[in-house]
Design a protein around this ligand. Structure first.
Ligand SMILES: Cc1cc2nc3c(=O)[nH]c(=O)nc-3n(C[C@H](O)[C@H](O)[C@H](O)COP(=O)(O)OP(=O)(O)OC[C@H]3O[C@@H](n4cnc5c(N)ncnc54)[C@H](O)[C@@H]3O)c2cc1C
Length: 493
């Protein structure tokens, strides 16, 4: 077995791993970053950008949320079930992290608007303007994958600093001696075992979003049946299991839950068109929430998750479709404001390709038959809902009267959604120093965890009102771990 020696081993070179590796290298340490896949960047390469609080971009437009305010908002949201010191340190670090990234050449587009809700929406209280989207390469439209520029710049910076990024070299097992972690066993690209001895190890393997068995065990949901979450290949819980094997506490594993249609990126605008406050029902044909509250995709994901079959149906008639085509959307989501410009094309494609979660029907009976909705239930719902629309008053949920549009005129359009997720959360417990904790609350010396593997700071639901939170936690916990590992190594030299 080949043996290597280094100051720090970072297991994975996704977003949090790169942040940790760069920071440790900036402290003058030698760093090896093991990466399982052929490329760096992980899930972050699919996203838009991180949260930050107190940046110059925010100051420039007079938006003055402070880290203290965000901290309290976050802690109240999570019912103080999470580590307050970790959360506080994270928010206080977030503005400097934007500068740190800008020094690497990353550019951000900051918009002093909420992406997701016009003011009329009751979707969630007081959304904050925290997300800093990465500037697209061509200066074009903001959307999925723009953050790939950030992870690319980070990988370049890591290499510049001498970080040895070993691609296709997964970490397999931690080496623990006398209660301390002192290295990692990896599998090299040619299949051989590699022993890497180190002063400290930082786990950053991105959680278990690509491991349906672990998800089923911890959440009860079955991928492909009642869960259609993003799966980043290779994020199967390796770091979590490696730490559990050396005595780490078994933290809860949750999903970064939201809602989506299956294979959503292939029907991107069509999905956006249905993310409107029209009629939403469950399998029984019953409404289950006021539809002007659906703009928070995470809390809506929770609501859908508790419906029979963990699913829901969004229905609009052709009069409402005509209205939206003419007047535009009510809810502005990640799909943009022009989703109805693409409606006919994407709807036709979905029908031609036999996409099983989109329906266009001439009668309510046909819709119920095809979609599997209870006919009697939906008829009863429509009777009340349509008459409430005529009265301009939602007698069931008090939805804003501006969104009370009846469902009467054929053809009827419907899309079926399920719980989705960007990935998993947690599995490991860490303290404010990002040290991995044992069941007794004491740290395992020499072992740190960051990013999704250790993201246990939200309570039961992602705080959508502090957007960009997952990437930001990955970046900031990565930086904290790099600094703390450096201190630990210095003390133990
Ligand atoms: C479509 C999409 C859009 C998103 N948009 C946003 C957004 O706009 N803002 C936001 O805040 N968040 C967003 N997120 C979430 C955010 O991207 C993730 O939370 C974040 O990237 C996770 O970082 P991480 O370092 O924990 O994991 P990742 O970045 O996924 O990195 C994990 C890495 O670990 C590697 N790995 C796994 N096992 C091993 C092993 N045994 N050895 C070595 N390497 C291993 C993997 O190959 C991968 O490279 C989005 C997520 C998705 C899926």
């Amino acid at each position: 077995m080949k043996t290597l020696q280094t100051d720090v081993v970072v297991v994975a070179a996704g977003l949090s791993g790169l942040a940790a590796a760069i920071t440790a290298a900036e402290q003058g340490l030698s760093v090896i970053a093991l990466e399982k896949s052929k490329t760096t960047g992980g899930a972050a390469s699919m996203g838009m950008g991180p949260l930050a609080i107190g940046t110059r971009h925010q100051a420039a437009v007079g938006y003055n949320l402070t880290a203290d305010e965000a901290f309290l908002k976050h802690m109240h949201w999570s019912h103080w079930m999470v580590d307050a010191r970790l959360v506080y340190d994270y928010y206080r670090k977030s503005a400097s992290t934007i500068e740190w990234l800008e020094d690497m050449g990353v550019e951000f587009v900051y918009r002093n608007t909420t992406l997701y809700t016009p003011t009329r929406m009751r979707s969630y209280a007081e959304p904050e303007r925290t997300c800093h989207a990465v500037k697209p390469a061509d200066g074009g439209r903001l959307g999925p994958r723009v953050a790939a520029r950030m992870t690319k710049a980070m990988a370049e910076r890591a290499r510049e600093l001498g970080v040895n990024i070993m691609l296709e070299t997964p970490g397999k097992k931690l080496i623990a001696e006398d209660g301390k972690v002192v290295g990692v066993i990896a599998q090299s690209v040619d299949g051989e075992e590699l022993e890497i001895r180190a002063g400290a190890v930082i786990l950053a393997t991105g959680g278990c979003g690509d491991n349906p068995e672990m998800i089923k065990e911890h959440t009860g949901l079955t991928w492909g049946k009642d869960l259609f979450s993003f799966r980043i290949p290779g994020n199967v819980g390796d770091g979590i299991k490696m730490a559990w094997d050396v005595g780490a506490a078994r933290g809860e594993i949750k999903l970064d839950l939201m809602y989506q249609i299956p294979d959503n990126l292939a029907h991107f605008h069509l999905e956006g068109a249905f993310r409107q406050p029209v009629l939403w029902v469950n399998k029984l044909g019953e409404r289950f929430m006021p539809e002007d509250c659906i703009a928070n995709t995470c809390t809506t994901g929770n609501a859908i998750n508790r419906q029979p079959g963990h699913t829901c149906f969004t229905i609009m008639d052709s009069a409402t479709l005509k209205y939206y085509k003419k007047h535009g959307i009510d809810i502005f989501g990640i799909q943009g404001t022009d989703v109805f410009d693409y409606f006919d094309k994407e709807a036709e494609e979905a029908l031609e390709n036999g996409y099983p979660y989109f329906f266009k029907c001439d009668t309510i009976e046909e819709l119920c038959e095809k979609a599997g909705i209870d006919l009697e239930g939906l008829q009863e719902t429509l009777e009340l809902y349509n008459s409430d629309c005529d009265d301009g008053y939602d007698s069931l949920f008090c939805k804003d009267r501006n969104f009370m549009r009846p469902v009467r005129k054929a053809p009827f359009y419907c899309i079926q959604s399920f719980p989705g997720a960007y990935g998993s959360f947690g599995g490991l417990k860490i303290n404010y120093k990002t040290e991995v904790l044992k069941e007794d609350g004491y740290p395992i010396k020499g072992l740190y965890a960051v990013g999704t593997d250790a993201c246990d700071i939200y309570g039961d639901t992602y705080p959508f009102m502090l957007g960009g939170n997952t990437m930001a936690f990955c970046l900031n916990s990565g930086r904290m771990a790099g600094e703390n590992a450096a201190d630990y190594i210095e003390k133990n030299r």
